[in-house]
Design a protein around this ligand. Structure first.
Ligand code: SAM
Length: 209
């Protein structure tokens, strides 16, 4: 029984359509300010905003369509999807496919009883680590000190993440966009509020092993 043809051992090894995969996701993208900035800085990378509010995601869809009309050939790498990102990310992406995940000004859910609704938590970080490629970056920023500290605590405690140094962030084009590209960031800046930026790298193997 000679097989003189190649057979993939796993479906991921087979290149079905040659379609590039989405690499960046903006979780809770709001009105899409970060996404449209990233789109021109990384013109060869497919990126997706995910937003749970129907009207807000429709607004972003129309915003991108208008930009494509105004700038033929540009903004074709960005799009938006209405979904609950806390529930359905693994339905859309496969293991290790993402190289950057953005969490800009997530909802604080102040009450202790609602902390489980925070979009950065230990359980979801394991899911994000699964979807991120080794070496991929997870970006967070908040104007709420308590939430900033919470995200740092959860990320520091997770064996698959390590903090990216400020020095490295300086040479990263995306890191410079966190504070003021999004609509929420612009609002905070107008009001003169402080922001807390914390970026982490997905380790190839769990820390300590
Ligand atoms: N990142 C945007 C910015 O910086 O302007 C929006 C920040 S806003 C405070 C938080 C956003 O996350 C809202 O637009 C909200 O609808 C969205 N959101 C909250 N939970 C979500 C979920 N489970 N899935 C997708 N989007 C969600």
């Amino acid at each position: 029984n000679v097989t003189d043809f190649d057979v993939p051992t796993r479906p991921e090894e087979f290149d079905w359509y040659g379609t590039p995969l989405v690499r960046f996701v903006d979780i809770g993208c709001g009105f899409g300010g970060l996404l449209v900035k990233l789109s021109t800085i990384y013109p060869d990378t497919l990126m997706l905003g995910m937003e749970i509010r129907d009207k807000v995601s429709a607004y972003v869809r129309e915003r991108i369509a208008a930009l494509r009309r105004e700038h033929p050939g540009s903004y074709r790498n960005a799009s938006v999807l209405r979904t609950n990102a806390m529930k359905y990310l693994p339905n859309y992406f496969k293991k290790g496919q993402l190289t950057k995940m953005f969490f800009l000004f997530p909802d604080p859910h102040f009450k202790a009883a609602n902390h489980r609704r925070r979009i950065i938590n230990s359980h979801l970080l394991t899911e994000y680590a699964h979807l991120l490629a080794p070496g991929g970056w997870l970006y967070t920023i908040s104007d709420v000190p308590e939430l900033g500290e919470w995200m740092v605590a959860k990320l520091d405690a997770h064996p698959l993440f390590e903090r990216v140094s400020e020095e490295e962030l300086e040479s990263d084009p995306a890191a410079g966009l966190l504070a003021t590209s999004s609509e929420e960031g612009q609002k905070v800046a107008r009001n003169g509020g402080a922001t807390f930026r914390n970026v982490y790298r997905r380790l190839p193997t769990p820390r300590g092993l």
